[in-house]
Design a protein around this ligand. Structure first.
Ligand code: ZN
Length: 58
């Protein structure tokens, strides 16, 4: 019942959160996936979500 990552083809992105029938997953490559029922509905880019490990003070 997993959705392969469209970016790197990782077969088992990690389920981060579930809201009703909507599932939010994150891949090992940093790609976020949004799945509703069994259909991938969105794969927002990593830039959509600041990465803590890339945060640097100016
Ligand atoms: Zn990936």
């Amino acid at each position: 019942m997993t959705t392969p990552c469209p970016t790197c083809a990782w077969p088992t992105p990690t389920l981060v959160s579930t809201h009703g029938t909507t599932h939010y997953l994150r891949c090992v490559c940093g790609q976020w996936l949004i799945r509703e029922h069994r259909t991938l509905v969105a794969a927002p880019g990593p830039s959509d979500f600041p990465r803590a490990d890339r945060h640097t003070a100016a």
